[in-house]
Design a protein around this ligand. Structure first.
Ligand code: ZN
Length: 560
């Protein structure tokens, strides 16, 4: 590998000293000096000097909570998007449906991702409504939360579920008519995947190409490391293949679903743990704020928005919790002694309490309190300052979803919840002040992979429509940068390798068009563009990566 010295207008190291530099020396993919060009040349004599041309060079962005392969299948062609950033209304969605039906051969199974009842202002569809649009086609519509799937009667018939309706899987459920027949709705991941995965397989796309397209989307937005928070062993071959392609742009850490066989078993990846590594086990306490199935101590409001969104409050509260404490305790007792990082999805305040209660018991029982265990809690939409403080005391990392506030913030404040509570959603200030390790994520495909937009949201509390709720709860730009670099690296257990520009770490970098510390925080996403990424000292060439992915035959051949 070539020894190189990279230069840029400024280099943001995300270290305390030096916090800034103008050159970084890289040998065999590893950083050997950070400082001035002269200092780097002294450390690495004769190395090629490459002016990146970037106004700023920073550690590659890290999205510590994603689902890259599933997101590829759900969002990249041949899948279609009706997400809030692609369709602003149900009429827009209907137009996308009509265009897709017209342009695809009759009978082709179709997947649409991104349905959001609240933002599209249309109730979640059932099979009869979808049958009227799609006729006899196999069609699955993934809710934007990822926690529900809506499907046509053809799907029900293809599984033989019209004759024999399936039982609800552990941690999930099917919508049913009064007589117990399926109504074309599936809720929570185990049920949703049971419906969606066969449709994704049947729609005829190459999942490797779709995943590669998603990797490339993340890379174009500056991401160099991420995770799969719904890992299962069926994904292993695809991850290995993608890691083996030239200029493969991502390092990926796996959290295996607690609902899968062998969730606590070790996994060895041929690509090596710098590329692919299993780090932990994923559990869900509650569901999605936009579906209405989160564990909250306060009510959803009865409003025009919640009525259309089908949120009547009956699925919220303690009933929203997906496990009993005894079930969770058993899972934690099996995984904790093996050293896995536990990750708990929790949006509502009750769900967060439930997760922290279970964590406290298990951490203490297994002698992990006060150790560097890196257990984590995800999304924390309604999280309060005192809950973040408790997480910090337990050593639990907090991974936030700024996109919740960006897209739904105007509804949260007064339409979904009392303003007093809803306006505090994604309480960045409370989280950082707690002293917990705080990271940001996009939870692909719940929102597009946009670290810079997440940072803008955290430092401005500006929603998509330009409104600001509780400006005092903003983070600083430095905190926001930490959340997508060094803090996210800590949460992934990769901070010894990446997350800052420091001697001994891998040269994973993002080239930026402007210094994020020097622009108007409200305009971060307009002012700071990603120009490219580097992984292990090599500039990522997405054309090379994507053309290699396109040459991979579809596994098992396309069918359907
Ligand atoms: Zn997720």
């Amino acid at each position: 590998m070539t020894d190189r010295i990279l230069t840029a207008g400024t280099i943001i190291t995300m270290e305390e000293a030096p916090d800034r530099a103008t050159a970084v020396a890289v040998a065999d993919g590893v950083i050997v000096a950070v400082g001035t060009l002269e200092q780097c040349q002294a450390a690495l004599p004769g190395a090629e000097v490459v002016d990146t041309g970037a106004a700023a060079l920073a550690p590659g962005f890290i999205d510590p909570h994603s689902h890259p392969i599933a997101s590829g299948g759900a969002t990249q062609a041949p899948a279609h998007s009706i997400a809030p950033w692609d369709a602003q209304s149900w009429d827009d969605a209907l137009a996308i449906f009509a265009k897709t039906v017209a342009e695809s051969p009759a009978g082709t199974p179709l997947v649409f991702a991104g349905f959001d009842a609240l933002l599209l202002e249309h109730p979640a569809p059932t099979a009869p409504e979808l049958d009227a649009i799609f006729g006899d086609r196999i069609v699955g519509i993934l809710d934007n939360s990822g926690h529900a799937v809506y499907f046509t009667s053809a799907v029900i018939r293809a599984h033989g579920w019209d004759a024999a309706p399936p039982a609800d899987p552990v941690g999930g459920s099917f919508g049913r008519t009064a007589d117990g027949a399926l109504n074309g709705q599936a809720f929570e991941i185990p049920a949703a995947l049971q419906v969606l995965v066969p449709i994704m397989q049947a729609q005829g796309g190459n999942p490797i190409v779709q995943a590669a397209d998603y990797y490339a989307w993340m890379a174009r937005n500056g991401v160099t490391s991420t995770s799969d928070m719904t890992y299962e062993d069926d994904y292993r071959a695809a991850y290995e293949l993608l890691a083996s392609l030239p200029s493969s742009p991502l390092r990926i850490s796996m959290w295996q679903m607690s609902t899968t066989e062998g969730f606590a078993d070790p996994v060895e990846f041929a690509a090596g743990e710098q590329r692919l590594v299993k780090r932990g086990v994923k559990l869900w306490t509650d569901g999605s704020p936009w579906v209405g199935n989160i564990g909250i101590s306060f009510p959803y409001l009865h409003s025009h928005a919640t009525e259309i969104g089908g949120i009547d409050g009956s699925k919220a509260g303690m009933v929203a919790l997906n496990y009993t404490r005894a079930e969770v305790d058993a899972l934690l007792d099996r995984a904790a002694p093996l050293g896995w990082s536990m990750s708990f999805h929790a949006n509502g305040d009750l769900a967060i309490d439930f997760a922290l209660d279970a964590y406290e018991r298990a951490l203490s029982l297994h002698g992990l309190l006060g150790t560097d265990h890196r257990w984590r809690i995800e999304h924390v939409g309604a999280g309060r300052a005192d809950q973040f403080e408790r997480a910090a005391r337990l050593g639990v990392h907090v991974s936030m979803g700024p996109f919740q506030y960006y897209y739904w913030g105007d509804l949260l404040d007064g339409a979904m919840f009392e303003g007093e509570i809803g306006s505090r959603w994604q309480n960045f200030r409370g989280a950082f002040d707690s002293g917990a390790v705080v990271s940001f994520h996009n939870d692909g495909a719940v929102s597009p992979p946009t670290p810079v937009l997440n940072m803008q949201t955290a430092v401005s509390r500006r929603t998509q429509r330009g409104n600001v709720h509780r400006p005092e709860l903003v983070a600083t730009i430095h905190e926001a940068m930490q959340a997508h670099t060094i803090n996210a690296a800590k949460t992934l257990g990769r901070d010894h390798l990446v997350g800052s520009i420091a001697v001994g770490k891998l040269a994973d970098l993002v080239e930026l068009s402007a210094d994020p510390y020097a622009v108007d925080p409200h305009a971060l996403d307009d002012e700071v563009k990603v120009l490219g990424t580097w992984l292990g000292g090599e500039r990522i060439d997405l054309d090379a990566f994507l053309s290699a992915a396109a040459a991979v035959p579809a596994p098992g051949g396309a069918h359907g």
